[in-house]
Design a protein around this ligand. Structure first.
Ligand code: ADP
Ligand code: MG
Length: 315
């Protein structure tokens, strides 16, 4: 009897995609190699990813358009997320297809699913927008953006003003049945890009929300919905640390759920960067016995799945 393949949801962070168009095109080649390495380890892979720099770039470009042509209304953030999803999906699926063909793997079609993720209109995150997006602007520009577009603007650590948006929790992946069908049929699927396009339910209508969903939480929900064996969060560090960046720094190899919760309460993980990853890892690992979460560096994903490195979370 053939062993069931291990099903893995991979969440790609900023370093897997780069900050600019040319950077992304180069980065996805390295990313594609790491992903196809896992496929050759007999894993079934589903790819999710972030979109921080890209959604900022699209948002800035669309904002510039309103200055150029007063007839152009401002582009909703949900549309900017959709644009970033399609653009990143294009680069990823292009690079993945090529890498598969380079290794003579011809039976795995690659496709990106444009994904809407429902959020709750009552999510408390809408009351305190916290996620900075787009470029730094002057106090004067910030005032203009507040007045013209009703943006929430904050002063960001002496570097100027930035727009902040809400980061609500993902409640439901709207296209999950389609994603599951594609994955079950053996496709390599890219989904929930940039955390998904945030939408709020209004009867049968899904209304785009002015928010950016954390990709770590969206990937966790995707992994649970697809009954994955692993959630692998690939980021810029090989392992998670206690006392990160201090002389007492201690890198972690294996963490139980109870230990992880303890470390979270002791404030070891920075909000907005490592904290959502550890929270997502804990959420996934405790959702069902046999589920494992892993945080590591993109280039180390094969070593990590073989148990050689990374930080592993399990019950
Ligand atoms: P991504 O784009 O992959 O989501 P982030 O920059 O949001 O990446 O988060 C990863 C970063 O979190 C690491 O590069 C590291 O600088 C930072 N970090 C904060 N706390 C920790 C910690 N306790 N252990 C390891 N890295 C940490
Ligand atoms: Mg991040």
């Amino acid at each position: 009897m053939m062993d069931k393949k291990r099903r893995i949801v991979i969440a790609l962070g900023g370093n897997a995609l780069g900050n600019t168009l040319p950077e992304q095109m180069t980065a996805v080649k390295i990313t594609a190699r790491a992903i196809v390495d896992l496929i050759q380890e007999d894993c079934e892979v589903i790819v999710a990813h972030g979109n921080g720099p890209q959604v900022g770039m699209v948002n800035n470009a669309m904002l510039a358009l309103t200055h150029e042509d007063p007839e152009q209304p401002n582009t909703p953030l949900s549309v900017c997320v959709a644009m970033s999803q399609a653009y990143i999906g294009y680069d990823l699926q292009n690079a993945l297809r090529e890498e598969l063909l380079n290794r003579n793997i011809t039976n795995i079609p690659v496709a990106t699913m444009i994904t809407q993720v429902r959020v709750d209109a009552d999510d408390p995150a809408f009351e305190k927008p916290s996620k900075p997006i787009g470029k730094f602007v002057s106090a004067e520009q910030a005032k203009f953006m507040k007045k013209s577009f009703n943006y929430d603007m904050i002063e960001d650590s002496g570097r100027g003003y930035r727009r902040v948006v809400a980061s609500p929790k993902p409640a439901e992946i709207v296209e999950i049945d389609t994603i599951r069908t594609m994955v079950d049929a053996g496709n390599l699927v890219i989904a929930c890009g940039g955390g998904g396009i945030p939408v709020i339910r209004e009867g049968n209508h899904l209304k785009g929300a002015s928010a950016v969903i954390d990709k770590d939480f969206a990937s966790c929900l995707l992994a649970k919905e697809l009954d994955a064996d692993y959630l692998i969060i690939l980021t810029a560090v090989e392992q998670v640390a206690l006392n990160f960046g201090t002389p007492d720094e201690k890198w972690l190899s294996e963490v139980s759920i109870d230990e992880a919760k303890q470390y979270i309460s002791e404030g070891h993980f920075a909000p907005g960067s490592m904290l959502p990853k550890v929270q997502a890892a804990v959420d996934f690992a405790e959702s069902k016995p046999g589920r494992t979460a892993l945080i590591t560096l993109l280039e180390k994903s094969r070593d990590a799945i073989q148990g050689k490195t990374g930080t592993t979370f399990h019950l």
